[in-house]
Ligand binder design. Sequence first.
Ligand code: SF4
Length: 363
Amino acid sequence: MATSDSRIDLLDLEPDVALAQLRTWMNERGEPAYRATQVLGRLWQKPVRTIDDISELPKALREALAVDFRISSLELATRQASIDGTEKFLFRLDDGQLIETVAIPDGDRLTFCISSQAGCALKCAFCATGAMGFQRNLRPSEIAGQVRELRMLTPAIVPTNIVFMGMGEPLMNWKAVSPTLTLLNDPRALGIGARHITISTVGVLPGIQALAARPEQFRLAISIHAPSDELRQTLMPVNTKYPLAEVIEAAKEFDRRVTFEYVMLGGVNDQPEHAAQLAQLARECRAFVNLIPLHPGGGMGFHPTPAPVIASFAKALRGRSIETAIRRSRGLDIAAACGQLRTERLGRRLPVATEDDREVHVA
Ligand code: SF4
């Protein structure tokens, strides 16, 4: 099912690059430069499905353009709505891979949780996507394309915020994620403010450095999940390559506010000593801590921390002057946890009960 289309997908290109290529192409054919700007405007701002839909271009020009370029699209395979307003979308890519996007309303905000890889290689012990294994990296057109597709629905679904917390580890796909950040942020593309775009990572150090080097104020969230190497090793195999101390050092050097993500696993990482250790790490990096309840039903052999224990954990952090929030579980009735819808569609059974609700990618 892999595509053999060798044309340039215009949605893979940052606006400057797309414009330059289109101008050159137009120039070679004696067409005015404004034609390139017209095409660019139809990629993201007033998006069309195909080059043939760019009706402001003469038919012959559209046909010629479509010989060298294309505008790809993602096929919406499944859409599920939760009673709490959360919506989950499963997209089929042109090689048959399935990826997920979740839209989470919260007051006047609408956050899209987007995927950056099909599957994931990192095998965090509590994660459905990790259990599927790695399929492939997504291209910019497939990452930013998730936002584009939802904006093209009727009525349009337009996000105020983006988090890279869907399937995959975004900083393991920096080659595509970096141009995607440009596409999300650039006013000629999706125009979402950098402070409203968060990269969530397990702590891939080269990726954090690359993100820090970008001038825009993109946000960084780091999945800690365990406050010691010993425990973290058992939950997140990637800790061998990027040990906690080095991740904390990278967080300290990041020149913007960092958030720690911490999934609450009953009896595993939710004890008072863990709160004390976590507070120490958060203090070192002046990090904000997000406590993430494991969804009811648990998963992968883990159980949710009871709500009163989460509250005590949060209190212990706040008592040490650490800004802390307890994230609400969303989309419980549609299983809005990363990898889950895809797993259902693939007909695979996870080694857990039916309501396999985990709030991931918490990496
Ligand atoms: S939590 Fe994130 S990094 Fe870990 S296996 Fe799942 S998708 Fe990959």
